[in-house]
Design a protein around this ligand. Structure first.
Ligand code: PRT
Ligand code: ZN
Length: 305
């Protein structure tokens, strides 16, 4: 999409605008993160635009590849996109997209951009691809990688079905996104070097108008709080007084637990802590071994410092 095709609705109505993927791997979770940040939406996936009922925010539902252009044209000030798509756009057109900044890693849509070769093809490292042909939808990132490694290979750009290129003799190898790896396996390909590890991120146009800035900061602070809460657990347990230091020392990612007396017990205290890491069964077993009892781990819904 070219910049000219987007009408500059800008922020003249005072509402913040965010672009998310209309339908695809990132859409559901993009909606969910906004909802968790307290944004109440009228979901009508057939439309280009949906408005938040309780926040001055409009959501543009578009193809992921178009999101960077929506931002640089200031149709939207924020976007949710895979790092792979953003970095590819920035690699192909740094002058246009270089000003887009990644502001929050969202932890979903994880995948990697990898080189893969047909099973059995000799491959030591990327230099094995010298003089060969590599099919990809990521010409920018692949050519940057090859240039950095000093490898001269031909690149064939394909929009989709990259994994069939070696079988149809269009290319010797491929460079594509991988998550579980099953697409590679079922196409007789072996994953070799990883070019990029990617996840969904919130991106921002730093040149956003001042009236959008405050709204954007507010929304981003809420999303940061949601992610922190999502990754945190509240842990409650009873500890023998003389085991307290040992127990505190193994509480995962916890700053300063609250220690309270237990009525009628001089030898025991109650310990409450926010753990900013997952609490595994093994941690709970270690706590128990150190004397902790009545261990309770609960999710946190919201968290604001
Ligand atoms: O229509 P639109 O252009 O918006 O969507 P799209 O078809 O371009 O994108 P979509 O929905 O497929 O992916 C959106 C984003 O999801 C990507 O840009 C990545 O950031 C992220 N993502 C995460 C993935 C994958 N995992 C993934 N596995 N994108 C694509 N794949 C494909 C990959 O290309 C390959 O064909 O899945 C296949 C491999 O999967 P595995 O599990 O077999 O390894
Ligand atoms: Zn796309």
């Amino acid at each position: 999409m070219t910049g000219k095709m987007i009408s500059k609705s800008g922020t003249d109505d005072g509402r913040l605008k965010i672009a998310i993927q209309k339908s695809g791997r990132l859409s559901e979770k993009s909606f969910t993160i906004l909802e968790k940040a307290g944004i109440s939406l009228q979901k009508s996936k057939d439309q280009l635009l949906c408005q938040a009922r309780n926040f001055p925010l409009d959501i543009f539902l578009v193809r992921d590849d178009d999101i960077p252009a929506f931002l640089v044209n200031n149709v939207c000030q924020l976007g949710i996109i895979g790092q792979n798509s953003l970095l590819e756009a920035q690699s192909l057109d740094p002058d246009v997209f270089g000003g887009l900044e990644q502001v929050i890693n969202l932890g979903f849509g994880r995948c990697r951009l990898s080189l893969a070769t047909p099973n059995g093809m000799p491959y030591e490292d990327v230099s094995s691809l010298a003089g060969k042909t590599v099919a990809t939808s990521y010409r920018g990132l692949l050519s940057d990688f090859l240039a950095e490694k000093g490898v001269d290979a031909d690149i064939v750009t394909m929009e989709g079905a990259v994994e069939v290129a070696p079988r149809t003799h269009l290319a010797d190898a491929i460079c594509d996104l991988v998550s579980t790896g099953s697409t590679l396996v079922s196409n007789g390909l072996t994953e070799q070097d990883v070019i990029l590890n990617s996840q969904a991120v919130i991106i921002k146009n730093n040149a956003m108008p001042t009236e959008s800035h405050a709204l954007s900061e507010k929304l981003l602070a809420r999303i940061t709080a949601v992610l922190r809460a999502q990754n945190s657990r509240y842990i409650m347990l009873n500890s023998p007084v003389d085991a307290l230091e040992g127990i505190k020392s193994i509480l995962p990612g916890s700053q300063s637990p609250t220690v309270m007396p237990l009525q009628g017990r001089d030898d025991m205290v109650a310990v409450h802590a926010v753990c900013e890491e997952e609490v595994f069964w093994t941690t709970m077993e270690d706590l128990k071994l150190r004397g902790a009892t009545s261990i309770l781990v609960v999710p946190i819904e919201k968290m604001l410092d």
